[in-house]
Write a protein that binds this ligand. Structure first.
Ligand code: AQP
Length: 330
């Protein structure tokens, strides 16, 4: 039976956190043999909010190193930089012309960001879901693993694809959103009711993949907890401790109830120090490999170039099909 094709992306909008690792990359590595995966570094998405160009470029290469160091095998999965395949932007424009302003305006993620920022919100940010639709539809994607917050964007993708399939001959595969139920949601160390995020301006809220042991210990020792000194998972009443349990559970591959038992009579200081050790241990082999890729950037660049070439025939065929149907070109 043919393997299902999956498209996933991470945007280089800040340094890679253990949230991105535990919520996405770990699962990607685990699914390499089951699915036909396309793992993209979605730099066009990152510039929908202001970025330092040098940083975007640096992170494109850095994320590729992280993908490799975490165990993604370029022989099994294609990975590449989104802007290296011009078909993403070109298809976005065409899809824009089949997306209604009203439906795009209903995207709750945009509405939330608009409400928060108000000033200098770009058309690019508004159009983010259509770019995402192009990413997905270019590769005849069957499945898109997303968090609950992105489900609406995959539904918009389906609506646009179905609309165009009805108007023209069948152009697109209709993708299914796969809602990640098991993927850990890692929260900010300083504000454990909010999701840890790459673009956070406070570096103490996140553990980055390059953080050294001393930094990791310091950040965990300052993590916000509560005052009842019981190591128990209770997201509503004890978000800080629950987050630390979650992190340790993924880092050590141990179920949370087992950790609760182990730390039943420990104090928070000891627990935080052990959580730090578990993350240091989890990151050690990745950091060792990152150091190797730092010395061999030509190899990493070649992987990215090869990845962009591997996916080219599918992307080019999809775009050609769409342009022909719409009547574009000679
Ligand atoms: N805190 C998190 N816990 C678990 N999973 C997470 N992911 C992100 N943060 C956490 C997962 O990582 C992937 C990143 O995709 P993205 O870069 O396209 O989007 P994002 O979710 O917006 O990532 P960030 O880190 O929060 O970036 P910024 O700050 O730029 O918005 C997704 O699979 C996501 O679920």
């Amino acid at each position: 039976m043919d393997k299902k094709r999956v498209f996933s992306g991470i945007k280089p909008s800040g340094d890679f956190t253990i949230g991105n690792y535990m919520g996405a990359l770990v699962n990607w590595v685990a699914s390499q043999d089951e699915k036909e995966n396309i793992f993209c570094i979605v730099d066009l998405h990152s510039i929908t909010v202001p970025q330092d160009p040098k940083e975007v470029k640096r992170r494109n290469l850095e994320f590729a190193k992280i993908y490799l160091a975490a165990g993604l095998d370029p022989k099994k999965s294609a990975f590449f930089i989104q802007s290296d395949r011009p078909e993403h932007s070109e298809l976005t424009w065409i899809l824009n012309c089949f997306t209604y302003f009203g439906e795009a305006s209903r995207m709750t993620q945009f509405k939330d960001q608009y409400r928060e920022k108000k000033k200098n919100v770009t058309v690019g940010l508004f159009d983010y879901p259509v770019l995402m639709a192009a990413d997905i539809l270019l590769y005849d994607t069957d499945e898109v693993p997303v968090g609950e917050d992105q489900k609406q964007h995959v539904e918009l993708t389906r609506d646009i694809a179905e609309r165009m399939n009805k108007k023209f001959d069948k152009l697109f595969t209709i993708p299914e959103p796969i809602i990640k139920k098991t993927g850990a949601k890692i929260m900010k160390l300083g504000e454990p009711t909010k999701k840890m995020a790459k673009s956070d301006v406070n570096p103490n809220n996140s553990i980055y993949l390059r953080d050294n042991a001393e930094t990791i210990r310091k950040k965990f020792s300052r993590a916000v907890t509560d005052s009842d000194n019981k190591i128990k998972f209770d997201k509503a009443k004890k978000p800080g401790i629950s987050n630390l349990l979650n992190i340790m559970s993924v880092a050590t591959d141990t179920p949370i109830p087992q950790l609760e038992k182990k730390y039943a009579s420990s104090n928070y200081g000891q627990f935080k120090s052990d959580v730090a050790d578990s993350v240091i241990e989890m990151l050690a082999p990745i950091q060792a490999k990152l150091a190797e890729y730092d010395k061999n950037e030509d190899y990493v660049l070649k992987v990215l170039r090869d990845g962009a070439e591997t996916v080219a025939p599918r992307a080019q065929a999809a775009l050609k099909r769409v342009k022909k149907a719409v009547g574009l070109g000679i």
